[in-house]
Design a protein around this ligand. Structure first.
Ligand code: 13P
Length: 250
């Protein structure tokens, strides 16, 4: 299973900035990317074509969308469909990011619809899950993980290994500089793997589980080395090519 080294640029970067960062990043990792790692970039929609251009012909790199609406087309002002994203060259998409859940009010049912629809449309999906600090303090970590996975994967039947990844991103560690400790990550990822095995059977072992939340160049290699950590999903530290290249190669 390849390790997925993913950059989520969130609502940052103009087209020119995206082009520059993508080109610089690809230059920094050129010839150095281990064959068991894949680089993914999730730029804002407006910069998809710049990232597509920068990645043209590059091995081990792909890009995708941070969000979409799970319909073919229609009167959904402000939304974008998987068909449109594939037309823009996307092969991946995120669903259930904590900012979608907690800033925009997306619930598990909609997240589940997105995962199922995106997979059905031929996108590879990263389902993001993670607990809030109150839930962790209340001892509800495994319950939250189980519920988000069950509902987020409710609509899927047969899954082709490689089409689905999970990103465990504790809400309290996102953008806060407060990274989860090794034991917390080990615990949570083991819990994700166990729940995945119940939902997906054997495919669970071939489903990458990424960690996200304040991943930086100086903590990436320790995180990546942990059991059941099959990659990282990086926000802030992915915005600069130099910093993200150190994470990718960590
Ligand atoms: P930070 O790396 O900025 O904490 O963001 C993590 C994240 O939300 C990635 O999707």
């Amino acid at each position: 299973m390849k390790k997925l080294m993913a950059a989520n640029w969130k609502m940052f970067k103009t087209r020119a900035q995206a082009q520059q960062t993508a080109n610089e990043l690809l230059g920094l990792i050129d010839g150095k990317l281990p064959s068991d790692r894949e680089v993914l970039i999730f730029p804002p929609f407006t910069a998809l074509s710049e990232v597509a251009e920068a990645m043209r012909g590059k091995q081990g790199c792909a890009f995708g969308a941070q969000n979409f609406y799970p319909r073919e087309d229609g009167a959904f002002t402000g939304e974008i469909s998987p068909a449109m994203l594939k037309d823009a060259g996307c092969t991946w998409a995120l669903a259930g990011h904590s900012e979608r859940r907690w800033v925009f009010g997306e619930d598990d049912a909609l997240v589940g619809e997105k995962v199922a629809y995106g997979l059905n449309q031929g996108l590879r999906m990263i389902l993001c899950i993670g607990e809030k600090i109150e839930e962790r303090k209340a001892g509800k970590l495994s319950q939250v993980i189980a519920e988000q996975l069950q509902k987020g994967l409710a609509g899927i039947k047969d899954i082709t290994p490689g089409d689905l990844a999970i990103a465990y991103e504790p809400v309290w560690a996102i953008g806060t500089g407060e990274v989860a400790g090794p034991d917390e990550i080990l615990d949570a990822h083991a819990c994700v793997r166990k729940e995945l095995a119940e939902i997906l059977g054997d495919t669970a072992m071939e489903t990458p589980i990424l960690y996200g939340g304040s991943v930086k160049p100086d903590n990436a290699s320790a995180i990546i080395a942990l059991d059941n950590v099959d990659g990282v999903l990086v926000g802030g530290a992915s915005l600069l090519a130099e910093s993200f290249s150190r994470i990718v190669l960590a």
